[in-house]
Design a protein around this ligand. Structure first.
Ligand SMILES: [Cu+2]
Length: 654
């Protein structure tokens, strides 16, 4: 019997699997055939899976037919300054939709990111500014292409396509370039003309003199800041993770099963790591919790009004794409233990495929104790270990690293954590001055104050798609007949009925949290099943509420947003935040004020950190973890980790 190759592919590919390299190339070929005369002009911004309708994916679990496989391509015709969204059927390699999107700028492309550096290096005005600062060897200069927010006139999408490179200088090849920022020099590049349109020089500030390297060798050098003349510590003995029988999870393609958890792993050029259909096996039922979980945007606004810093207002995901910037991970370094990996596959700007080997790391970790009790009268003790499944990826965005971690626990908890590390963005100071909006980290170098905001989109599916959300606030009761000694309080629940009502701020001191409830599904105690969203790291924006900064990232005005499910609503700042005035994404989605009770809904959570830089953040920053937890709250009728086996080496348990 003849086997048709495409049929074989079809059998192996789940509808939610990300595009592989051959599919990306097929999409590009189909786009070029369709584009005809303009094919050679088209640049490929993003090529990614166009996920099938949710109903079709859910029907698959009941034996429904495999939905057609489709891809979405965001294209840019630079000559005509047009952005096009195409849909390509991977069933027959044809373009099924071709739509121009007017008035937008797609994100910065890798070729632009890389091409800008050489362009600036060759510009006589920039060269003159560098010579004024005593720099003759331009090969030591690092020209980072920061995005260009439209906070100045004439920089909207209709005026051109801009980047705003900032310059640093290495003291020698291979040195930490961010140790020597070029203060006061801002360059504007028009990517359509591939030309430097303006060079702003706000005056010479001396380049800091010291190196700030962090290799095991470099930290010995007396001139390094800080310096460790003894080199690396010698008292760190081996700590090996041994799993002689292998890990407790199985990975088939992109399908991960671990303990009672079951999910699929995806990857897109914009969002990077995506989790699909996170479900928990409870007896003989596979109970859905989240249909799709993804980082939807990041925002890093700087709080320093100096000319080099006030336009640093980056939307790292929407303006660059964090999938594109994902690292290849290495065993024993990025992840420890018995590791499995998945590659990430993204497009290049010619429509080719780039495979990022080992982009996603999967492993198990011991997470301390799961639970314990000692009967103090008899000495009878039961204790269990907790284990967690870790799904992670790390991205490099210029100077900063962001490491993203999803954790699944044996007690039904889902946790998300971003570990911030890398090198802070620096500024230089004139001699004998103190920064008003930052912290000195080395002689002549300061780290400006800034904030990091993250927004995670959680397409919830607690026991099915019909969910509702309550805000819960522990509330003291006033004194009275029902509260004679004044100790009484209740957990007051407020139903969030519509999108406008569901824009909420965190109040960790008050113990406020949110509960995603399926009112139609009851646990054995008769309670409606739920998961609660618990915030540890909610921050308030420090920019003025009426400012262009606030408008750029409207999602930061609230920590919680809930919207009615709409497949195209995936990003907290909307589809095209690059050079946009703002207002897209969550503010626009929620403006429709759709009803939210017992419907298919999406929970969006904004969290982050206010970064008042410390000297200890220099020259490379110790990780700072921020995130949130989703905790079962009546989803089970008791402790779901009761059946964790007693530890073999523990004599008290069993
Ligand atoms: Cu920071």
């Amino acid at each position: 019997m003849a086997i048709v190759p495409s049929e074989r592919v079809r059998q192996r590919t789940h509808p939610l699997d990300p595009l592989d390299a051959s599919e990306i190339r097929r999409v590009a070929a189909a786009v070029r055939r369709h584009a005809g005369a303009i094919a050679d002009r088209l640049r490929f911004v993003y090529v990614s899976l166009r996920e099938p309708p949710k109903a079709a994916v859910l029907a698959l679990g009941d034996g429904g037919p495999a939905p057609d496989r489709e891809a979405r391509a965001v294209l840019h015709d630079r000559a005509a300054r047009r952005t096009i969204e195409a849909v390509v059927s991977l069933e027959d390699d044809t373009v099924t939709s071709w739509q121009e999107v007017p008035g937008v700028q797609p994100p910065v492309m890798m070729e632009e990111f890389l091409g800008t550096e050489e362009l600036v290096r060759a510009d006589p005005r920039w060269q003159a500014a560098m010579r004024q600062r005593g720099v003759e060897d331009f090969s030591l200069c690092m020209i980072d292409p920061w995005s260009c927010p439209p906070v100045a006139a004439g920089l909207g999408p209709e005026d051109g396509r801009f980047l705003m490179p900032l310059t640093w200088v290495r003291s020698g090849p291979g040195d930490n370039g961010y140790a020597r920022p070029v203060e006061g020099l801002v360059v504007f590049v028009d990517l359509y003309r591939m030309a430097v349109t303006a060079v702003e020089d706000h005056g010479v500030v001396p380049l800091p003199g010291h190196s700030a390297n962090y290799s095991a060798e470099a930290i010995r050098e007396p001139g390094n800041a800080p310096s460790f003349p003894g080199g690396s510590r010698t008292d760190v003995r081996p700590l090996d993770i041994a799993q002689p029988d292998g890990p407790s999870f199985t990975l088939h393609g992109h399908h991960l099963q671990w303990q009672k958890w079951d999910l699929r792993i995806g990857f897109t050029p914009r969002e990077g790591l995506v989790l699909h259909q996170i479900s928990y096996t409870d007896g003989d039922r596979l109970r859905p919790v989240i249909y799709r979980a993804s980082l939807s945007e990041m925002f890093v606004p700087y709080g320093d009004p100096a000319p080099t810093h006030y336009r640093k207002l980056v939307l790292d995901e929407g303006e660059y794409g964090v999938g594109m910037l994902t690292n290849s991970l290495e065993l024993g370094c990025d992840c420890l233990g018995e590791i499995r990996y998945l590659d990430g596959v993204v497009n290049d700007n010619d429509g080719g495929a780039i495979v990022i080997p080992n982009a996603i790391c999967l492993h198990e970790e011991d997470a301390g104790i799961a639970w314990k009790h000692t009967d103090f009268r008899t000495g009878y003790t039961e204790v269990r270990r907790m284990r967690r499944m870790v799904i992670s990826s790390i991205v490099t965005v210029g100077n900063y690293e962001y490491a993203y971690y999803w954790y699944l626990y044996q007690d039904g908890m889902v946790q998300y954590e971003v570990k911030l590390t890398g090198v802070i963005s620096t500024g230089a100071l004139p001699p004998a001055t103190a920064p008003a909006h930052g912290t000195v980290v080395a002689p002549g170098v300061y780290g400006p104050h800034h904030q990091h905001f993250f927004n995670v989109r959680l397409d919830m599916a607690v026991d099915g798609t019909a969910n509702r959300v309550y805000e819960v606030e522990p509330t003291p009761l006033g004194p009275g007949p029902g509260n004679p000694v004044g100790n009484a309080w209740t957990a007051r629940e407020t139903l969030l009925r519509s999108e406008q009502e569901a824009r909420r701020r965190a109040d960790p001191v008050a113990g406020r949290y949110w509960k995603i409830v399926n009112a139609g599904s009851r646990n054995a105690l008769g309670q409606a099943v739920a998961y609660r969203l618990v915030s540890g790291d909610a921050v308030a924006p420090l920019y003025h509420p009426g400012s262009p900064v606030a408008r750029r990232a409207g999602f930061t005005a609230y920590h919680l947003w809930v919207t009615a499910y709409e497949p195209g609503e995936l990003h907290a700042t909307g589809d095209y935040p690059n050079q946009a005035e703002g207002g897209g994404g969550l503010p626009a989605y929620a403006a429709r004020d759709r009803p939210l009770v017992d419907t298919d809904l999406v929970v969006w959570f904004t969290f982050g950190t206010t970064h008042v830089v410390r000297p200890e953040d220099w020259p490379v920053m110790p990780v700072n973890p921020v995130g949130f937890k989703l905790v079962p709250s009546g989803f089970f009728a008791g402790n779901p980790a009761l059946d964790n086996p007693p530890p073999a080496s523990c004599h008290h348990s069993g």
